[in-house]
Design a protein around this ligand. Structure first.
Ligand code: PLP
Length: 414
């Protein structure tokens, strides 16, 4: 099946009890069983079935299955948020004394999380994305994984996932990729060598900003060893499933940051139009970026699809079907950025990406608020930067909205 057909059919439960075309919302905390023996069997993983939604739930399981099929993995685990997916993905294999090598160009919340991990003895060494010499030099015996975003939010740098995977594997460590901004529509990173792929489902997968969620998918190719990853020692017997087995039996249920059944249902609806929306949003983003670059020479436009972007070539190499739906612009000062945000009438001022509607934000005072000046600079966050998450509106209306706002704040159009 091709991409859009697969979104509608692959992993959909066609044997649903009453013929519902979407797995219904099993809005229950716990599941009644016929006997104490059955319940005991489920708890000890000897009998298939459901016992408690923090452990597993049919609506969530179906959503996990659909994402797993989409990403081409051996299993997916859905979480309460994208942040929970990142936290679980990393801490499932890390212990005190371990180190992460990460691209410095990250979503601000992830930088905050990496700082939180320091209290548990886990250190992050930031590197310039795609600076492979620096990446090699930052890996030491304590390094247990490499982390990057395929398209950095909001830097919009494109990671050479294949090259990064080669480096990670040459050092016997996995590559964990946050593919939230690119989505499986533009790239299936497991096919490019990544070992674990993370998506904040709150963005493009859901598509309508109606539920916070996250999901991680294991490619199943990484060879886990107890020597390198002592926390996995009881699970190595599961071979390629060692990582997922520990996550399911441990952190996922014990930390309890699980996806809600209602969220899984909303995400399953959103997922079906991911391809259609991404196609339109990438087209709109490219049109808007080209327009703003051509008409407003005093505004710096950043979009990986533009030939002027430093990351255009890498994007051309690894992305298929577009360059993403986020554009950033620099307008000269923080004051001008705020003025522009306040003058836009169609674009919504709010902190999210991946909605059907166009969303605009000043990253420095919001998502990167807690980052240091250096972290902001390395993540491509400047005081005069505005992030535009381009929606599915008619492109002429978006261009007009920016024209009107630029005119009001005195930025000249050619
Ligand atoms: N990863 C990226 C690239 C993001 O942009 C975000 C949120 O903006 C997250 C992860 C966190 O996702 P959530 O808000 O679902 O926790």
């Amino acid at each position: 099946m091709n991409f859009n057909t697969a979104l509608l059919h692959d992993g959909v439960d066609k044997n649903e009890k009453y013929g519902s075309t979407l797995t219904p919302i099993y809005q229950t905390s716990a599941f009644y069983r016929q006997s104490a023996e059955e319940l005991a069997g489920i708890f000890s993983n000897k009998t298939p079935g459901y016992c408690y939604t923090r452990v597993a739930n049919p609506t969530i399981a179906n959503f996990e299955n659909r994402i797993n099929r989409l990403e081409g993995g051996i299993g997916s685990v859905a979480t309460a948020s994208g942040m929970a997916a990142i936290f679980n993905a990393l801490t499932n294999i890390l212990q005190s004394g371990d180190e992460i090598v990460s691209s410095a160009s990250l979503y601000g919340g992830t930088i905050d999380l990496f700082r939180d991990l320091e209290a548990f003895g886990i250190k992050t060494n930031y590197v310039e994305n795609n600076n492979f010499e620096q990446i090699e030099a930052s890996i030491n015996d304590n390094t247990k994984l490499i982390f990057a975003e395929t398209i950095g939010n909001p830097c919009l740098d494109v990671t050479d996932v294949d090259r990064l995977a080669e480096i990670a594997h040459a050092h016997g460590i996995p590559l964990i990729i946050d593919n939230t901004v690119a989505t499986a529509f533009l790239i299936k990173v497991l096919e490019h060598g990544a070992d674990i792929v993370i998506n904040s489902t709150s963005k493009y997968i859901n598509g309508s900003s109606n539920a916070i969620g996250g999901i991680l998918t294991d490619g199943g190719k990484f060879k886990w060893t107890a020597e390198k990853y002592p926390v996995l020692k009881d699970y190595i017997k599961f071979g390629p499933f060692a990582y997922l087995a520990r996550l399911r039996a441990g952190l996922q249920r014990n930390a309890g940051a699980v996806m809600a059944p209602q969220t899984a249902y909303l995400n399953s609806i959103g997922l079906e139009t991911l391809g259609l929306r991404m196609e339109r949003q990438c087209f709109n983003a490219a049109s808007l970026a080209e327009y703003l670059e051509e008409k407003y020479p005093s505004v710096k436009v950043n979009y990986p699809g533009l030939k002027s972007s430093r990351w255009h070539k890498t994007g051309e190499k690894i992305l298929k079907g577009g360059y993403g739906a986020i554009v950033t612009i620099r307008v000269g000062s923080r004051e001008k950025a705020f003025e522009l945000l306040n003058c836009l009438e169609i674009a919504y001022r709010l902190s999210n990406i991946g909605d059907t509607k166009t969303l605009v934000l000043h990253p420095s005072s919001t998502i990167s608020l807690h980052s240091t000046e250096k972290q902001k600079e390395d993540a491509g966050v400047f005081e005069d930067l505005i992030r535009i998450s381009v929606g599915i509106e008619d492109i002429e209306d978006l261009k007009n909205d920016f024209d009107r706002a630029f005119e009001k704040i005195g930025i000249k159009r050619l």
